[in-house]
Unconditional design. Structure first.
Lengths: 632, 480
């Protein structure tokens, strides 16, 4: 193979150029040209990524290739280069980001075609891809952090893309701030690594971990792993920092597909998979990861059951699926988590883009209570959406089946209780996805006459990405066949040089088949249930538990009551009392008494400030001179 | 020899300016600041390796000399002064002030004083320049300031003058301790200070430190600052916040840390804790401000808090981070004030509850606001990031519970900073367009001023090496 990996800097360079062109000419470029520049930039990156992928896949490829660009920080002992690392893990993420990214760019040329801010939109989108590529390409934690905060910025800009609506910019702000809370964890984790190991480079750090030459306490591993995981909960929307992701649906739908489903939110999984060598030394934290992941998977799934906004259902579904990925990480199977990242990128991007196609046809309407029967009008959207639903529900033969099954059987081997709870979440997934499908595409139309008249299939720029993603959602799973079906698990063996799983689990073939059977039967039952309940939907106001679910378990209200409000009150207290009355009052008091004293002294003295100052200086000099002689 | 020009150019043009009538003063100031900026760039450019000095006899009877010297830190700050004053003058091109001759005269005199402060290597000379920089500011505040300018200037005056006097007496005391004849030269002052017994250093520390603590300012010596920033005309606010604040920090690094090591060692925990409290305290207060100027004033206190905390942690990387961040904070806050003055000019108010819609009506201004805001919350690939990372690295030297908690408390500033900065963007740039006086985007000179700031933000964000190289040697020397 050629020497593609040394051209790795081109991959982020193309989107950066795209960003600069669109960003600098945002008010001069024609809209279609802006879309073209943006899309071509990502296509070019995708081509290079493909080249790199095949080079890495080649058995002749040895070890990671590190490409040093320049010294980013150079201060005495602290030298951190701006460098990229090409290996199996990064090359796989490169393909997902640029591949799915390109399809979503193409989709956007049509979806955003009527928006005045289209050129700006593509500038942001390119900047996002640039940052995301830095995140996965970095050869040290600092470059990862640069990308990490960069994608957070782009997410902020794109959620608040329609900035006139306060609700949207509130959502953008919330996303940024919650991510920053996580970022502080990441930062502390990085500094802990730096203090204890003197490096942020993956190779050097993991090298020290493997060779055991670093002498640090076990608790140090735990602290570092925990801090990085806090970062991951922010970016990847896990309990307790997940509440920004559903609100992030305020952004344009392709953004939700790219950033809030396929790529950015999986950064936390990438980070932990990348740091597998560290986490394997901190089993206690791995258990925390597993529990948080499982809890998020279940919790978010319950909320999704009672949402009426088509994008909100998908958003909670994303939170839940990310929970599954963390479960996989937590039970030590990093490669399975990455596998699910990949399949999820296909089917969740598909579902989001499908929902965008629906929203377009409905003239901006997102409430599924007002939809129904859309399948008659938009065949391709319906068919591809159905494939997405089947894939995420884990129906055999589609990609989601393989990756989810792999997670569940790993969970079973780790702790059967985790498996049972996981099946519970998977059942809810099948239920809410098919509830969504039936309410949207089947039955009869429940919207206005005008909307009904307007219903149409979307243009090719939208349907072609849907079809491509649908195909990927079907075949994407065959790279990770379970042990009982095939000797060769392509994705595990591809990743194995970089990502070493913690504790290998081998289940008996019979057990594995049984587990698979249980999860398939459970999903099918739930699909049937969703069908029978939503055949003739009635929407009455929710009561009791259903109302709590519709209101997302009141978590936002809870956070407002225990964090936002008290902080606001505390700050107002500081401003009004501590600052103005307290410190400033004291200072002004001193000022006043100086004046008061001056007024009295004026009776004796000339009253000129200059004279007082003179006396003060003289006095001080006198005191110091005296003390000087006195000391001698 | 080149160093004396950094002081002489603004000094002479400043004095001349008082005699010039009308528009001429503005042009004179613009040209003067351009030349000064070029000279300061030359000084920084030739200054990567060696220290430049200049000396001339001054008042031999007092044992003081007119001696200047520029190492990496001094020339970096002179460069910052050159850039900031130039940007201020560019932004002033389309503005009218009353009595321009005096206004620009005072601004230039203050610049001369600042250059002198950063270059002086004689304690008495340092003090003279310190006052030369400050006195014009009193006049500028009290004559061209907004409402409440008299009481505010009085408070500012009391604060800083009290500090100055204590510092002067401290320096005089030190000069009397010098070996041989009385001397104010930096090397002799350092020798004298180091030879003092720890008990003496302990109280002498506060005598000298108070002036610097007020200038930076460190919590709880800060309450002059929001009022003064709010009241002063924008050019003065910029000089105060971008440059004079650095004067305080610079003085700590030059005239305190090396001079009284035992005193510093004794009090450093106190100062670190005060500074870290100040970060959270100022950030909280910034969150509930409605006036943009006060919001930025408190955010600046938070940023300076991090730098002053690290100054007392005895870490080389941290010290290097301070150098980098002094420069970047100066650049970023200059940009911030420029935008604030444009907002005031367009909307006629600084009350954020009455603002909105900048992104619709003045998109270029809004883009600049967003970029500068992001730099001030230290987003990676803006200039603010590398410095902040190094500062945190300095604060976090050892893997101990105390350091982790200190770091996390200081880190709250990062989160709160995002909250109040994004609030500000949301309230000014986003939403529907609120009532305006003049609905127009950037004028050419405003564009140019912001373009300079933003170019520096992005360039140093991607490639901080020049700034790091310039200040590497001196950072190592201060910490030793």
């Amino acid at each position: 193979m050629g020497n593609f990996s040394h051209l790795v800097y081109l991959i982020p360079l193309f989107p950066l150029i795209g960003f600069l062109i669109n960003g600098l000419l945002w008010n001069k470029m024609p809209k279609t040209l802006g879309g073209m520049v943006g899309s071509v930039a990502i296509l070019a990156s995708f081509v290079v990524s493909l080249g790199i992928f095949f080079e890495v896949k080649d058995p002749a490829f040895h070890g990671p290739v590190i490409v040093n660009l320049f010294d980013f920080i150079n201060s005495g002992k602290l030298v951190i280069p701006f460098s990229f690392q090409v290996d199996a893990l990064s090359s796989l993420f490169l393909l997902i980001i640029t591949g799915v990214g390109f399809l979503i760019h193409v989709y956007s040329t049509s979806y955003m075609g009527h928006d005045d801010g289209m050129v700006k939109y593509f500038a942001y989108l390119n900047l996002f891809v640039f940052s995301m590529l830095l995140l996965v390409l970095g050869a040290n934690y600092l470059v990862m952090f640069i990308g990490w905060e960069g994608v957070g910025l782009c997410s902020y800009l794109l959620i608040g893309f329609w900035f006139k609506k306060k609700e949207y910019t509130d959502a953008a702000k919330k996303a940024f701030v919650m991510n920053r809370i996580g970022d502080l964890g990441f930062l502390v984790g990085m500094l802990l690594i730096l203090v204890n190991f003197g490096t942020l480079s993956y190779q050097e750090f993991f090298g020290q971990l493997h060779s055991g030459q670093a002498v640090v306490a076990n608790s140090t591993y735990n602290w570092i792993a925990l801090c990085l995981f806090i970062g991951a909960t922010g970016k990847s929307a896990q309990i307790p920092l997940y509440t920004w992701l559903p609100d992030a649906m305020a952004g344009p739908t392709p953004v939700s597909a790219l950033i809030h489903a396929a790529t950015m939110v999986t950064a936390g999984i990438y980070m932990i998979a990348r740091s597998g060598a560290l986490y394997s030394l901190a089993p206690m934290i791995l258990q925390v990861v597993a529990i948080i992941g499982l809890a998020t998977a279940i919790f978010a799934a319950t909320i999704a059951i009672k949402q009426y906004d088509i994008k909100k259902v998908l958003a909670y579904s994303t939170v839940s699926q990310l929970g599954f990925m963390f479960l996989a990480l937590g039970v030590g199977s990093y490669t399975t988590a990455v596998f699910h990242v990949m399949t999820h990128a296909f089917f969740k991007a598909l579902l989001f883009l499908g929902s965008g196609s629906v929203i377009h046809a409905m003239g901006g309407e997102q409430d599924i209570r007002k939809m129904g029967g859309l399948g008659k009008h938009m065949g391709i959207t319906q068919a591809t959406f159905l494939i997405g639903c089947l894939a995420i529900s884990g129906i055999p033969g589609l990609s989601g089946f393989f990756s989810k099954d792999a997670i569940l059987s790993e969970a079973f081997a780790y702790n059967p209780m985790f498996y049972i709870l996981g099946i519970g979440a998977a059942m809810m997934t099948a239920f809410y996805m098919f509830r969504l499908y039936f309410l949207t595409f089947r039955g009869s139309f429940r919207g206005t006459e005008e909307q009904h008249h307007h219903l149409h299939e979307s243009p090719a720029a939208i349907t072609i990405p849907l079809i491509v993603l649908a195909i990927l959602s079907i075949v994407g799973g065959y790279v990770g066949l379970p042990e009982v079906m095939s000797e060769h698990n392509a994705i595990n063996s591809f990743l194995s040089p970089v990502v070493r799983n913690f504790g290998e689990h081998h289940l008996a073939a019979g057990t594995e088949w049984a587990l698979m059977g249980v999860s398939v039967i459970a999903s099918v039952i739930m699909i049937g249930l969703a069908f029978s309940i939503n055949k003739k939907p009635k929407f009455e106001p929710n009561k009791g538990l259903a109302l709590a679910l519709e209101n997302k378990w009141y978590v936002d209200e809870l956070y407002a009551a225990i964090v936002t409000k008290p902080l606001q009150l505390f700050s107002e207290f500081l401003d009004k009392y501590a600052e103005r009355r307290g410190i400033d009052g004291l200072v002004n008091g001193v000022g006043k008494s100086v004046r008061w004293g001056g007024d009295r002294l004026r009776l004796l003295q000339s009253g000129q400030v200059g004279f007082y100052i003179f006396i003060m200086v003289l006095g001080m000099v006198l005191i110091f001179s005296l003390s000087f002689f006195w000391v001698r | 020899m080149i160093l004396i020009f950094l002081i002489l150019i603004p000094l002479i043009t400043g004095i001349l300016s008082f005699a010039v009538k009308g528009e001429g003063a503005k042009m004179l100031a613009l040209i003067s600041s351009m030349i000064t900026m070029v000279v300061s760039a030359l000084v920084s450019g030739t200054n990567f390796k060696e220290t430049i000095s200049y000396s001339h006899s001054w008042i031999p009877t007092l044992g003081t000399q007119f001696s200047l010297s520029a190492d990496g830190m001094s020339s970096m700050l002179c460069l910052l002064t050159g850039i900031v004053v130039l940007v201020v003058m560019i932004a002033q091109v389309n503005k009218d002030v009353e009595k321009p001759g005096a206004f620009y005269g005072f601004l230039l005199l203050s610049q001369a004083g600042l250059m002198g402060v950063f270059l002086a290597s004689d304690a008495l000379l340092f003090y003279v320049f310190w006052e030369l920089a400050l006195i014009p500011v009193y006049f500028l505040c009290s004559m061209w300031g907004g409402e409440k300018r008299i009481p505010v200037t009085f408070k500012f005056f009391i604060y800083t003058f009290l500090g100055s006097l204590m510092m002067l007496s401290g320096l005089i005391y030190l000069s009397l301790q010098t070996p041989g004849l009385t001397s104010y030269s930096w090397a002799d002052i350092v020798r004298a200070g180091n030879s003092l017994p720890p008990q003496t250093q302990m109280w002498l520390f506060w005598l000298i430190f108070i002036a610097f603590a007020i200038k930076m300012p460190i919590f709880p010596f800060h309450t002059w600052q929001p009022d003064t920033y709010e009241t002063s005309p924008t050019p003065v606010t910029i000089i105060l916040s971008a440059l004079m604040v650095k004067m305080g920090l610079y003085a700590v690094l030059r005239w305190l840390l090396p001079v009284l090591p035992a005193g510093v060692a004794y009090w450093s925990d106190t100062v670190v804790i005060l500074s870290v409290i100040g970060i959270v305290y100022a950030s909280c207060i910034a969150m509930v401000q409605t006036d943009i100027k006060r919001l930025i004033a408190y955010s600046s206190i938070a940023h300076m808090g991090l730098m002053s905390a690290v100054a007392f942690t005895h870490s080389t990387v941290g010290m290097h981070g301070i150098m980098v961040q002094m420069f970047n904070h100066g650049i970023n806050i200059t940009g911030m004030w420029l935008i604030v003055s444009m907002i005031e000019n367009r909307w006629g108010t600084r009350d954020m509850t009455k603002l909105g819609g900048m992104a619709t009506i003045a998109p270029k201004m809004a883009i600049a606001l967003v970029i500068i805001s992001l730099a001030s919350i230290a987003l990676p690939l803006t200039n603010g990031f590398v410095g902040e990372f190094m500062l945190f690295n300095g604060l976090f030297r050892a893997d101990s519970a105390a350091h982790i908690s200190l770091m996390v408390i200081a880190g709250l500033g990062i989160i709160l900073g995002a909250v109040y900065t994004l609030n500000m963007i949301q309230k000014t740039a986003y939403g529907e367009v609120s009532k305006m006086i003049i609905a127009k985007d950037l004028s050419i000179n405003e564009y140019l001023g912001l373009a300079i700031i933003i170019s520096i933000i992005i360039f140093l964000g991607f490639y901080p090496k020049p700034l790091l190289d310039l200040t590497a040697a001196i950072a190592g020397l201060i910490v030793k």
